[in-house]
Design a protein around this ligand. Structure first.
Ligand code: C5P
Length: 401
């Protein structure tokens, strides 16, 4: 069945770029209902959009409509996705405060379809705390935002504020329209990154975990409709949007946060590189280096909790738990042992010595090993693709439960 996208156009110089977007959507058999604020019509005539969309353009709350009796309700009910592009600071503020004083803002209020907002404005306006607060508020309500591009702006300055490339908006629309929402209504918690254990106030022990795999899983789960909690140790990656993030430092803190959130989760994935040891007693002051460089510094290490094992003991009925096994030898046998000892539903095993697999790489080569003994060895894939394969397996198990 063909999809219907509402394009809400507000008054910014980038309005003319939306003509190209509407044209591309129509060429790909996506039905488009264009709605314009009064300011938007000052930049480009509704006639342009009527011609490109092949439908009447909605501009005025009081205009007679041939297509809908109460047009702001009727049009809203027909949408699979509502896109606001370009979105001005003023319109974002109206959305954030539930104001419905023109046709487009009333459609936003009556709409129940997912919303994609594409801001475009002067850099200082975009960075303004009030605008950012409004964006945060709408993101928390579930609206998706695209970040503006950086470059020359129509106002003569340079900075972040340009409408993203129309191809990127088109791709994002397709993703939102056609990605399976097979984790809708499920809460998934994933951990990622490396844990850090203090030696003294300035030094710590960490490992090569970068967070890439766990962050890709969080992003994939959000895209597929899950409510996602990301518990992240040290990582330099930007956190995925629309995810509840807990930043943690050591393994014990990570364990405590995860155990606290465990009862409310349907799915738990352990992708973090959790350190297995911490310093028995971290020094309160910076440890001074000795003049005698041959003198040894001996630190005592003690074990950290095995987070997944602890969670495995507290597994609630139908909760799905997934772990990783990064191995350098006997991949399958070692992974199978971990699968059982941690009470997991499946484990994702990878030989970190292989080229294109493991910690900092953008790709991974994994085998998915299930409790039943089934082993699915996947070819080299991007970490995004591996994340999608893991979520596919999770969905399969959710459906069985
Ligand atoms: O036992 P091993 O460290 O190889 O197991 C790897 C899996 O267990 C990963 O999913 C990792 O996130 C998890 N793990 C954990 N707590 C630890 C060590 C590993 O949850 N202390």
């Amino acid at each position: 069945m063909s999809k219907t996208v509402g394009i809400g156009i507000t008054g910014g110089i980038a309005v003319y770029k939306i003509a190209e977007l509407v044209s591309r959507l129509r060429k790909n058999d996506i039905d488009v209902i264009v709605m314009m604020t009064e300011s938007a019509t000052k930049f480009v005539s509704p006639l342009t959009f009527r011609t490109l969309s092949g439908r009447e353009v909605l501009t005025d709350l009081w205009q007679e409509s041939r297509e809908w009796k109460v047009q702001h309700i009727g049009a809203a009910e027909d949408l699979d996705l509502l896109v606001i592009a370009p979105a001005t600071a003023n319109f974002i503020a109206k959305m954030a405060h539930g104001i419905g004083d023109d046709l487009l803002s009333t459609i936003v209020l009556a709409n129940t379809a997912p919303v994609l907002v594409v801001p475009s404005m002067n850099t200082n306006m975009y960075k303004n705390f009030i605008v950012q607060d409004n964006i945060k508020k709408l993101s928390d309500y579930g609206c998706k935002f695209m970040d503006p591009d950086t470059g020359m702006l129509a106002c003569g300055t340079s900075g972040q504020g340009r409408l993203p490339d129309v191809n990127d908006i088109y791709e994002q629309i397709n993703k939102l329209l056609f990605t399976k929402k097979d984790l809708f209504g499920k809460r998934l918690m994933v951990n990622a990154g490396t844990t850090c254990e203090d030696i003294d106030p300035v030094r710590f022990i960490a490992n090569r975990g970068t967070g890439k795999m766990g962050y890709c899983i969080a992003q994939e789960a959000v895209n597929r409709g899950a409510d996602v909690i990301l518990v992240t140790g040290r990582s330099h990656l930007e956190t995925p949007k629309d995810v509840k993030v807990f930043n943690v430092w050591g393994a014990e803190e990570m364990c405590e946060v995860m155990l606290r959130n465990q009862p409310a989760c349907d799915i738990i994935i352990g992708a973090a590189a959790v350190g297995d040891f911490r310093i028995a007693k971290a020094a309160e002051q910076k440890i001074k280096k000795k003049d005698d460089r041959s003198e040894k510094l001996i630190v005592e290490l003690v074990g950290t909790p095995d987070i997944l094992k602890e969670m495995g003991k507290n597994k609630v009925p139908d909760q799905i738990m997934v772990g990783f096994a990064a191995e350098t030898e006997n991949l399958i046998a070692n992974a199978q042992k971990k699968l059982k000892s941690k009470n997991l539903d499946f484990i994702v095993a990878n030989d970190v010595t292989m080229e294109g697999a493991g910690f900092a790489a953008d790709t991974n080569i994994v085998s998915i090993i299930e409790r039943s003994g089934t082993i699915n060895s996947l070819p080299k894939m991007s970490k995004q693709e591996v994340a999608a394969a893991i979520i596919d397996k999770v969905v399969e198990l959710v459906k069985k439960n």
